[in-house]
Design a protein around this ligand. Structure first.
Ligand code: IPM
Ligand code: MN
Length: 342
């Protein structure tokens, strides 16, 4: 029996890139039992529902979730900011306990990147805590004395489990190097918890080399010398920002894949490209499905389909032909998966 996969095409180019990702999965011979689930800005505008409990439970009953993109067109005012982010994307991360957000970056052809440098690293972003989950509130909102507070939640349990995952990931890679990125010189409480936890877990992994960078310095290194990194582990918000930067200095946002993982496997994990819905490209057949294909490959890997996953990974090791359309790019990689990457 095939793996049960809930497919959320979502908004904008989401359904277009997911179609190509499923095409490439099919080329591996792995059979998925897919069920389409309507969610996103269009669904919200049509029904008034962001994510109802029944749909959440339906998603929970699957082995994995593959998601295209969520969000209204830029400039549209029909969906207030935060509604879909908090109500859908973050709710799924929290409710399904997707505490690891793994985002791999690898230059395919450094000559067409902004830095022209080789890089091959993975960012392990904490995905259920930090400023995304902290308490906050207003005092005197709308007055001359208004105060907005936005806290950051960091638990020993939450930090330790993602740090441990990062050490395991580093151990599995040839360079076995892990960098903690934080801002311990200013965020002294959260930073203290992160660095003590990191040091304690490090003692269990004597084979993994470790380093620490402040997040501002890491931003410079990512631009000037991205090749120095192997695995980075960091807080939710730093990870959000650093992974957009990482995409920009490697092959670009069209090549940024992500896996929102529940490594304890108490429910499905969710796989999605980092890019957005790009409504301006809908129907033009110009979206790059590479990141969606790579995310689907990560899904197969997590589902235990190692052979199929590595065939996708190998197929993706070249750039798509110049000016190929979305469908042609899907065909191109499906063909490479079918016949090997020769
Ligand atoms: C991402 C996105 C999300 C985030 C938004 C859309 C909530 O930027 O997946 O990186 O901030 O995590
Ligand atoms: Mn982001």
């Amino acid at each position: 029996m095939g793996h049960r996969v809930a497919v959320i095409g979502g908004d904008g180019i989401g359904p277009e890139v997911i179609r190509e990702a499923l095409k490439v999965v099919e080329a591996t011979g792995v059979v998925l039992e897919t069920r389409a689930v309507e969610l996103g800005a269009a669904h919200y505008l049509a029904t008034g529902e962001v994510l109802d409990d029944a749909t959440l439970e339906f998603l929970r009953s699957h082995d994995a979730i593959l998601l295209g993109a969520i969000g209204p067109a830029i400039g549209s005012t029909e969906v207030p900011p935060g509604v879909l982010e908090r109500g859908l994307l973050l709710r799924l991360r929290f409710e399904l306990d997707l505490y690891v957000n793994e985002r791999p970056f690898r230059t395919i052809d450094p000559s067409v990147t902004v830095t022209r440098r080789e890089a091959d690293f993975v960012v392990i972003r904490e995905n259920t805590e930090g400023p995304y989950a902290g308490e906050g509130g207003f005092l005197y909102r709308g007055t001359a004395h208004e105060v907005a507070q936005q806290g950051s939640l960091n638990t020993r349990h939450g930090v330790e489990r993602v740090v441990r995952y990062a050490f395991e990931r580093a151990r599995s890679r040839p360079r076995k190097h892990l960098t903690l990125v934080h801002k311990t010189n200013v965020l002294t409480y959260a930073g203290d918890l992160w660095s003590r936890t990191f040091a304690e877990v490090a003692a269990e992994y004597p084979d993994v080399m470790t380093a620490y960078n402040h997040v501002d310095a890491a931003s410079i290194y990512l631009v000037e010398d991205p090749g120095r990194y192997d695995v980075i582990v960091t807080d939710n918000l730093f990870g959000d920002i650093l992974t957009d930067l990482a995409a920009a200095v490697t092959q670009g946002i069209g090549y940024a894949a992500s896996a929102n993982l529940n490594p304890a496997r108490t429910g499905p994990s969710l796989f999605e490209p980092v890019h957005g819905a790009a409504h301006d490209r809908v129907g033009t057949n110009t979206a790059n499905p590479w990141a969606a294909i790579r995310s689907a490959g990560a899904m197969l890997e997590f589902l235990g389909e190692h052979e199929a996953a590595s065939r996708i990974e190998a197929a993706l090791s070249v750039l798509p032909p110049p000016s190929a359309t979305t469908t042609q790019i899907g065909d191109f990689y499906a063909e490479r998966v079918r016949h090997g990457d020769r």
